[in-house]
Design a protein around this ligand. Sequence first.
Ligand code: SF4
Length: 341
Amino acid sequence: METPTKAIERLRREIGPDLSILAHHYQNDDIVRHADLTGDSLELARKIPALSARHVVFCGVFFMAETAAILANPGQKIHNPEPEAGCVMSEMAPEVVAKAVMDRLATLGRRIVPLTYVNSSAGIKALVGAAGGAVCTSANAKKMLAWALTQGEAVLFLPDKNLAQNTADQLGLPPSERALLDIRAMGEKLDLTAAAKAKLLMWPGLCLIHHRFKTEHIASARQNAPGVKVVVHPECPPEVVAAADAAGSTSFIIRYVAEAPEGAVVAIGTEINLVRRLAKQYAGKKTIFPLIPSACLNMAKVTEAKLAALLADIEHAPATRVDPAMAASAKLALERMLAVS
Ligand code: SF4
């Protein structure tokens, strides 16, 4: 019987240049080995308009395929082998709640510019785009927050409170100028007095996979491997970022390891698939290990069997769809980011 690996290889040959497979850095090696391109969510989405393939398969979580569909060319179809692969962080900012919170904040009469992390639904990106705001990534958050702060009296950053705090730290925005929003009861519990004063209003979302990393893990890595360098993702809590030697996006982490001298020992605080891949890639030259193993179960929902099943009938497979009006507003937010960063 043909294995999923062999089936994917055969189907890729049969479909030919009409197919491009993209994989996020957090996908496991079984998927990455079939990818034409690997990268972070935005690096990959950015490349889509230049792809001539009619069928683009995005191996990642749902918001990534949605972002890709918003940026795709007419006639191009974006597929996800597992449309049920969600993102816990993006689900922490439901559109209906964000709309209620934004309406309540609007009663303050301040010009509040929304800035959403790319790890959010198309609905959130559309709300942000329609309100004059933009998208950011972990790679350009500093530049985008600095931009947003010049566009109004305050910025509403969503959904990741850790990325918001870490970026504010980078910009030197004092904690007294930040307010963590209480979004319960559709915004009824918001502290409007605090929101009226703060320059940065932070949505209380987070990534459970990165929020697991603790300063104790860094302390024990330093104790067990003297001379170790610690690099973490900015979705980690601020005290973890402060205790690390460096913090940055997945692309930054990949570069950090590549530029480390031979013999270097690097402990990494991000999703385990990327850490394992780097450890394998530099085996014998550099020692790479995770602060603790932390896996994104949604990323793991994309399997070779599901990829093979999708490719077997790709002409009839339903593509990722975003309502056209929503896509137009979301595209505005994405384009503002592309123009600024
Ligand atoms: S690692 Fe975190 S932010 Fe990334 S897809 Fe998984 S839950 Fe979402």
